[in-house]
Structure formats: C-alpha cells, structure tokens
Write a protein that binds this ligand. Structure first.
Ligand code: BDP
Length: 698
C-alpha cells in the first residue's frame, strides 16, 4: 500500500457493520444530471460498493423500496422537492442528511442541498459516517462551511519545482497539458472536495508572468475543466510586473491608465478561456517581488487596480500581507502591521488581505498575527503553511492541527474579549463580504502525495479547519486516523496520541520557550542558531534569539521594539509582562536572564535544556508506540513511517545537541544533572553540511 488513496480508502466493513449499513443504505437514487451530481453519484457508488462488498450498491431509477439513498437538490429531484426540507439556511454549499419517508411509504436517507456542490459535500459527509462506523439511524444532520474561499496555495513553479515542497515535483504536468489530463488531477479534486476545499492557486507566490500567456492559459483551462465538477475553482498568482514583461509597457504603476487597461484586457482574456476563474493571489513588494511600492503607491492601490479588473467577472484578489523590507530597521515582527493596518477600509470589496498565522514566518510556534482583529473593515483571510518548511520537512511527524487550533482559538480582544482569530475570520466585515482561508499545499508527485503518510493528515486537517475554523484538532486527527489506518481503537488511539503530541515535540527540540527562526540558511533544514553573517539582519538566527552573556530572547516590550503594542491592550498587557506571558512565548517577547526562575522552579537555562530533552524523548516515545502497531497496519506504510521516525529521532537529537552546544557557549552554564552533554563540540555541529535538502529553488 502506497498511501495513494489518502483518507478515501473505503475499506470493506466487517460483515456485521455491512449488514447494518445495508439495512439503511442499499442503493442509490440520483435525480438530475449535472457534472457535479454525476461526480457525487459516482463517488457514492464507488465508496459504498467497496465498503459494503459483497453486498452491491447499485444506482436505481426510483426509490420504491426501503433503503434508498436519494441525492439531489429541489430543482434536480422531485423526491427531494416533495420532502419540503429546510434548506434555506444552508447557503450555496451547505447540505442536509436526513432519514425520511417518501409519500409512498419507503424509508430512505436523503442527501439534499440548494446547489449541486452541496450535494457533493453531503455525499462525502455520508461516506465519512460509513467509514467511521457511525450509525445511519434517524439521521438529521445539517452543515455548511463558515468561510467562503477555502483554497490551497501551490508554490509550484512552471518548471515543476515546488518551492518548499517535500513531496516530489509539481503534480501539474505542464508539458503534457492540455492534451493529456493525468487521472491524478481527478483524484486530487476528489480529495479536496471531500474536505470542502473549493479553490486552488496553481502557481507559486514568487510568480512567473508566463502563466498568463495564452499557451499557458490553455493548460490552466484543462485543469479547471477537471476540477469544475468537484466544486473547485482555479486561481493564479499574478506577477505585478506582468504588464512590462508580457505587455511591453514601460511601467506597472497601478495608477497608470495603460497598466489598468492591460490588466483589464488580460482578465477579460482569462475569463473567455475560463469563465469561472477564481481570481489572483499576489505577493507584492516582499522578498524581491515587484509591487506598487516600486511606484510609490500603496498595497491598496495595487490590489484595487487588479480588483477592478476582476470585479465584473466575479473574481477576487487575495493580496498577501507578508512584507518586511531590508531597508526597514524596525523589528520584522511589526512591519506588516505598520504597513497594512492604516489601509483598513481602503480595499475594494473583492479584495481579501491574506495574513500568515504569525508575524514572522510559519515557525513551529508563533503568537497570532496582530493584524487579526485590527482591520475591521477589511476581509482578512488566514494563511497557514501545510508544507512543513520549518517543522522538519516530510520526515518529521508533526500534526499541525494543534498548531492551527491554537492560532484560531487565540483571543484578539478586538473589539472585545471573545473575538478569537476564528471569529474574526468567520465574521464578514459586512453582510455578504468575503471570508477565507488559504493553506500552502504539501502536495507533490510522490505516491503518497504529501511526502509522508502522516503529512496527509495536515492536508486533511487544513480542509476541516477551512470549513469550520472552530473545529478541534483532536477529533479531526481521530477521523483521519480511522479513515487512513483503520477504525479499530487499538489503531486509532495510539496514532491520535502520537499526532496530538507531535508538534509540541518539534517545538521542544527546535525552538522551545518562544524561540524561533533558528534554522540553517536557505533550505531551513537543521539547526543554525549561531548564524550571524547573512546580508539582511533579519535573515540571521542571532537576530531572533539575541542570546548573550546575560540572557536570551527578543525584547518586544516597551523597553524593546514594543511590538506588543500592536495587539489589543489586554493582549499587550499579558504578552508584555514577563510574569503573565504564557511561557511558550516567553523568549518571543522578552530578553530573560539565564538564571531567571521559570514556572517549574528551574532556572531558564535548565528549563531550556529540559525542553530540548523532552522533545527528543517524545520522538522516542512515538517510535515505541509505532513498534506496537506493527502487523496491525499494512507493512509498506508501517515501514515507511518507522524509517521516517528513525530519521526524526536522529535529527531531533541533532537539534538538541547543536542548540545546547551553541547556547552553552554563550550562557557558560553547566548542564543540569541528568542531562547529557552534547557528544561533540560546537565547531563539529557548525561544520555539518546537509548534502541535499529541498530548498527554495533559488
Ligand atoms: C517563506 C519561504 C519562502 C516563501 C515566503 C513567502 O521561505 O520560500 O516565498 O515564505 O511566504 O517562509 O512568500
């Protein structure tokens, strides 16, 4: 088993379960004939036949007998229409699953929605119930997504190199498109639809304007055609300088009428090719990308110009707030807020400002970004990184659900207590305004899609959180584990326990107590806390930890950069007070003496060492749990995970040893008893060269 089937394995149920399911769900009635209903029908038939075998699950023309699963909308299906279901509140994408009785007295299960795509989501929800062995009696389920735009961001280059991708090449096989459509595109769409993802940005934020050329748009059109029945729109990244590069203009100034006209014509051309094109994602004036600042214009000027071109066609602009400039001497943590917050209310209605969960950059742990809650008149969408650039690539097991729950449940106190990041995201700035969440994809050409079996869980969890930002990491892990590995509690329980502790393990062995950005240069694999010689100050790990003879940590309080002042006063008061700050953010906000007493009673230095060892210990415990699963799950996947855990164990040790060796050279403290000295001296760790690590493609 390679893992190719993801969480859609549809394994045969045991005889008793199959009989019980078959009693409620024996055949399928699908009225209507749109491509989306056809996709829903085929998925239901495929999944149920596989799970119910040797029972059949056939498609029938009418629901005369008990046990029909009837799917459709009131428009497509007279049976659904006759049931008079309360669909009004479910919107375009919500669904309802109910046990019902037809006028003729047949007992059926109905999966109904206002639109075909809602039916599709309902079908996946129904299949999930069956996969999880949940009862099909007396069903009355209604669900709808809480965010409108639920998109993957592929950082895929046109040469198929995936920036920060650890799962092989891009799955977009541009050379063979549009004539050959790899069946994998359909499986990609099925997987995404099963978790409610409704859009995909095909190209890297570090954009190449070529994708906007006609010959590339023909390829994009082919992908859009595969995805459309599954409710998935395509989006592209727009390189801000495209009018110069493709249009031969002298400028890309957003206020120049010729530039606006070029984009308007380009957008019209795109919609002629792809009538339901989603819109653009833009990284501007960030890490060398062109943008409106090049012409002394604001981010709003740039975003609005593109938004005006897209608006007549219903498209949106997702404009990233990930900005920090070499010329700006201010704390990098503050720069996005400083630049974007004053623009609140200045963006067009079809602009979403896309904000990373934290103010620096996808670290194993960051406090929530201060922009959340601070732009009440601007739709903000969340950007999470599914691919594990800073969490050990694909070989470290780190379930990110806990990280995302932590970010989403953080209270912004804006405008008042209880306004969590999730609530900010979910609440439209005015009725009907856009809302959304983006996830930087971890998908590639590997058999298992995501580079490892467990990284599939992060793709899965992202979809679940985008559908419902109030979701919780644990039940999501439980669902995923049961569908992916087997529903026996002897399998699910240990796997969920591993997952739930896994991200904290990474934090502990890489960046405990609020440290961050200590990775090796460029590829970000392995420790480099000593690095101090890179061109831009904020690229150097020493900029972030600021360790010296006295102590360690970045003073972001009023005595330092005062980044805490960008949060609501209640939050600022907490983060800014060394006594009240959650210890997990201690060194993020404070420069603390090595001998400072932490809450455990240990000195900061001893506490730091304790965390490193705890991280390594958790990985060792995961290895032991996994040994216990040998023979309970298939050998091929089991062996892959065993190997990766061994790599993780080694690299966790490397992080621990190198970090302790370096910080000890600064702190001059001895190790607390019971904690082993690193086996080598600091120079030995500094000399390690990673022979090959997927990098940033530069
Ligand atoms: C950083 C990555 C870089 C991305 C950048 C971004 O190292 O490859 O281009 O984020 O989000 O984390 O634009």
């Amino acid at each position: 088993d390679t893992g190719y089937d993801l969480w859609l394995r549809y394994q045969p149920l045991d005889r008793r379960q199959a009989d019980a399911v078959q009693h409620r769900a024996a055949y399928l009635v699908a009225e209507g004939n749109s491509p989306t209903l056809a996709a829903a029908t085929e998925e239901l038939r495929r999944g149920m036949s596989a799970m119910l075998a040797p029972h059949s699950f056939a498609v029938a023309g009418s629901a005369m007998r008990n046990g029909a699963v009837v799917i459709g909308t009131p428009q497509s299906s007279p049976i659904v229409a006759a049931l008079g279901l309360p669909l009004a509140k479910l919107g375009a994408e919500g669904y309802l699953i109910r046990s019902a009785t037809t006028a003729a007295g047949a007992r059926i299960t109905v999966i109904a929605a206002n639109q075909d795509v809602g039916v599709l989501y309902g079908v996946f929800a129904f299949l999930k119930r069956v996969q999880l062995g949940q009862s099909l009696d007396n069903l009355d389920i209604a669900d709808a997504p809480r965010l409108k735009v639920r998109v993957l961001n592929h950082w895929d280059n046109l040469d198929r190199y995936v920036e920060r991708g650890y799962a092989g090449q891009s799955i977009w096989d541009w050379q063979k498109l549009p004539d050959h459509k790899d069946p994998r595109y359909t499986d990609y769409a099925r997987a995404n639809a099963s978790i409610g993802i409704n859009g995909t940005v095909l190209t890297n934020v570090n954009a190449n304007a070529d994708v906007l050329r006609p010959e590339w748009l023909a390829k994009v059109k082919a992908l859009a055609g595969v995805f459309r029945p599954w409710g998935i729109k395509v989006y592209l990244t727009a390189r801000f300088s495209a009018p110069i590069e493709l249009g031969g203009l002298k400028t890309a100034d957003p206020l120049d009428p010729k530039v606006a006209a070029w984009w308007k014509a380009k957008v019209e051309e795109i919609y002629r090719v792809i009538p339901d094109f989603g819109g653009f994602l833009v990284k501007a004036n960030s890490e060398g990308q062109p943008g409106p600042n090049d012409y002394k214009r604001t981010h709003a000027d740039g975003a609005n110009m593109l938004a005006d071109a897209l608006a007549p066609h219903g498209g949106v602009v997702m404009w990233r707030a990930f900005v920090y400039a070499a010329e700006n001497p201010d704390d990098r943590h503050k720069q996005a807020y400083t630049e974007f917050q004053p623009l609140d209310g200045k963006f067009r209605d079809n602009v979403l400002v896309q904000v990373k969960n934290g103010a620096i950059d996808f670290q194993p742990r960051e406090p929530f970004h201060p922009l959340f809650g601070a732009m009440p008149r601007t739709p903000l969408m969340m950007e999470f990184q599914i691919t594990k650039e800073y969490l050990g690539f694909a070989t470290h097991l780190a379930y990110l659900g806990t990280m995302w729950e932590e970010a989403l449940q953080a209270d912004t106190f804006r405008p008042t207590r209880g306004w969590t990041v999730a609530r900010v995201l979910e609440t439209p700035v005015e009725p009907g305004a856009a809302t959304g969440m983006a996830g930087v994809a971890n998908i590639g050409s590997d058999f298992n899609w995501s580079g490892s079996q467990f990284d599939q869980a992060n793709w899965y969890a992202f979809g679940r959180f985008a559908w419902n930002p109030e979701a919780r990491a644990e039940p999501i892990a439980r669902d995923w584990a049961a569908m992916t590995w087997g529903s026996d509690p002897a399998i699910v329980d240990p796997i969920v326990a591993m997952m739930m502790g896994s991200r904290e393990a990474v934090v502990n062995y890489m960046t405990p107590l609020g440290l961050g950005h200590l990775m090796a240069t460029g590829h970000h694999h392995g420790p480099g806390p000593w690095i101090a010689d890179l061109a831009r100050p904020e690229w150097n790990p020493v900029y972030y930890h600021k360790a010296d003879a006295v102590g360690i940590g970045f003073d972001r309080t009023a005595t330092g950069t005062n980044a805490v002042a960008q949060y609501a006063p209640e939050v600022a008061a907490q983060f800014g007070d060394v006594k009240r700050v959650p210890e997990q953010f201690l060194l993020w906000f404070h420069h603390v003496p090595w001998d400072y007493r932490t809450r455990s009673g240990r000195s900061l230095w001893d506490e730091l060492v304790t965390h490193y060892d705890r991280g390594v210990g958790t990985v060792a415990a995961m290895q032991a749990s996994w040994e216990g699963l040998k023979g309970k799950v298939d050998d091929a996947r089991w062996s892959e995970v065993r190997d990766f855990l061994a790599i993780q164990r080694q690299e966790a040790g490397w992080w621990r040893d190198a970090s302790i060796a370096y910080f000890q050279s600064v702190s001059k403290r001895s190790l607390p008893t019971g904690h082993a000295a690193p086996p080598h001296d600091l120079d030995w760790y500094k000399a390690i060269k990673t022979p090959y690590a997927p990098g940033n493609g530069k």
